[in-house]
Design a protein around this ligand. Structure first.
Ligand code: C5P
Length: 222
């Protein structure tokens, strides 16, 4: 039997990661956070002081980079060249630069191969920007999560504050808007709702409510 694949896409801060993680745990599916992979490569480029605007530099970097994801107690741990960078990749500096790395077609090709291999792990909830459109176009169920910019910035603010970063909500909103623009406008695999994706606005839901909405939709279809 074909493994069941659930694709979750949407802009930054729409609640994808938290919802996808909870959903995978409830369904006992494997969870894959594809944004973490782009973040890991961005971390390496920054650490190696590569010119982030030079596609050539980033392409060279790719040729000697290994990115893997392991599930440890239902949490994705991301390894960059065998080092666990799960927490490092969440720094604001990475968020501010990741979209410029993710728009490079060769970077996307590299990630696409890895992501499709990972999706073969069995029943999977995979989350990102192009999962329903490019990575798993045959996914059994596709969701596109959205939320108002205000709600998304507020969530990110609380998340970063909890981690001890000193941040202001206006700059977060600005960073999210810039990132969405780059992700949506890029030539290669832009952020886009798949025609057959179910769109859910999470602005007025807490995490449990959002997960319940998704589960209701899944039950109707499986
Ligand atoms: O989901 P997260 O905010 O961690 O994603 C970070 C960035 O990685 C996105 O803003 C986007 O530029 C890129 N990304 C992507 N395609 C995916 C997942 C993430 O381009 N499937």
């Amino acid at each position: 039997m074909k493994p069941i694949q659930i694709a979750i896409d949407g802009p930054a801060g729409a609640g994808k990661s938290t919802v996808a993680k909870r959903l995978a745990k409830k369904l006992k599916y494997c969870y894959i956070d594809t944004g973490a992979m782009y973040r890991a490569l961005t971390l390496k480029a920054i650490k190696k002081k590569h010119d982030l605007n030079s596609n050539e530099c980033i392409k060279t970097l790719l040729s000697n980079t290994e990115i893997t994801i392991k599930n440890i107690r239902s949490e994705n741990h991301i390894y960059l060249d065998n080092k666990d960078v799960t927490y490092e990749i969440r720094q604001p500096e990475i968020s501010n630069n990741v979209s410029n790395i993710a728009k490079i077609p060769e970077v996307r090709d590299y990630m696409l191969t890895l992501q499709r291999q990972m999706a073969n792990c069995g029943k999977v909830v995979m989350e990102g920007r192009d999962i329903g459109t490019v990575v798993l176009p045959e996914a059994d169920i596709k969701f596109f999560l959205t939320a108002s910019l205000e709600a998304r910035a507020h969530r990110r603010f609380l998340e970063l504050e909890k981690k001890g970063y000193s941040v202001d909500i206006d700059s977060i909103a600005q960073e999210i808007a810039i990132r969405d623009k780059i992700d949506t406008k890029r030539q290669s695999a832009p952020l886009l709702k798949a025609d057959d994706a179910i769109e859910i606005d999470t602005s007025n839901y807490d995490i449990d409510e959002a997960v319940e909405v998704l589960i209701t939709e899944i039950k109707k279809r499986l």
